[in-house]
Design a protein around this ligand. Sequence first.
Ligand code: SAM
Length: 370
Amino acid sequence: MKTLADVLREALKEKGIESIGVLSKRFRKSRNKLQDIAVEIINGKGAIFRVPEKTAVAWDLNGNRVEGSHYAYAPLCMVDKFEMVLSPDELRSKLPEWPYFVIDLYHWDRHTQKEKGKICLQVSQSYGLLRDYFTGRELAVTWANDEFKSMFHGPLDRITTYDGPTSEFLRENGIDEVVLLDPWAEEVLSEKDFGVKAFIIGGIVDTGGNKKKTTPKIGEELERAGVKVRRRKIVLRGDVVGVPDRINRILGIILKMMVEGKSMDEAVYELQEPLHARWRLRKELPKRATRYMVDGRVYRVVEKELFDEYSKWLKIRWEDFVKVLRELDLIALERKRIHHLNKISNARIINGRLYRVILLKKAAMLCYNC
Ligand code: SAM
């Protein structure tokens, strides 16, 4: 999917422009100059002008530094001084129809003040993400009441807010089918879903754990209003555990898949924090544990080398691995030591569970060998 930077690049190429500069120090630190310049043009702050003298700083259309250019981004007030070659209206006319990413605040009143503050922050971060790919106006917040507007510190004038139901917003925009991002869905989000005109994310922050299964309610509400809803979940290796559930991170995963063409597992890994990775590790490690019974005491042991295996797809550091081992009361031993333990133990089923039993004499030998 095209980004806004791609649209500006194409528009400049069409005019035979191969590089652009700036007349001030703006954008020098920007990581994606073309994108940031394009956003400013779309917001009517500036345009591309032909300048009589080459600019001191310029970049080619891939963002690489080049020596000066006769074309520059400058504020619109320069219109009397220089010839405008690409205006905000012209760039706007070239925009493709990007989908809406709707944050649905249907459950706003179920949140504490602190949680409401967190929602506002996540909406703001979502704007930042969309602005890195598109214009930022694709972010729509529905059920956006006065309290939300007063608590939101992001650029209200650069996002789309709608103070009524999501279904009405969709109807007004001619959208009759959506993808609802829902961790409780049966089906996994896939490329086949990327053609819809709106993605709905629940504006829900669940710090108290008292909003379980609130996302499906958003879907039911939409369906009652006649909207076709594709409920889709995001998973990591087939399981929602380990997928970051913050609104902006869910949006980030969708964008990485849609725009950058990343697989779901790659996208989740990139947006994951050690906290989310530990959730999943807690679920994975017990599956790999072997029970040893030494002199009547039970030890659950996993291979130390599992750290390398899991860190390929979970964002864990060694300290996260150790933390989870402690929480689960597991012991990590090197693979070769486990092989040794297996040699000196016998498998037994006790109360329906498999144990490897080591006799005391052998255990003493084991300690001696250690
Ligand atoms: N407690 C809510 C529930 O049980 O439905 C989940 C709220 S979650 C913090 C915020 C939103 O992120 C959800 O409403 C949903 O749109 C999205 N989300 C979180 N995890 C997801 C996943 N694994 N797959 C799809 N969407 C997810």
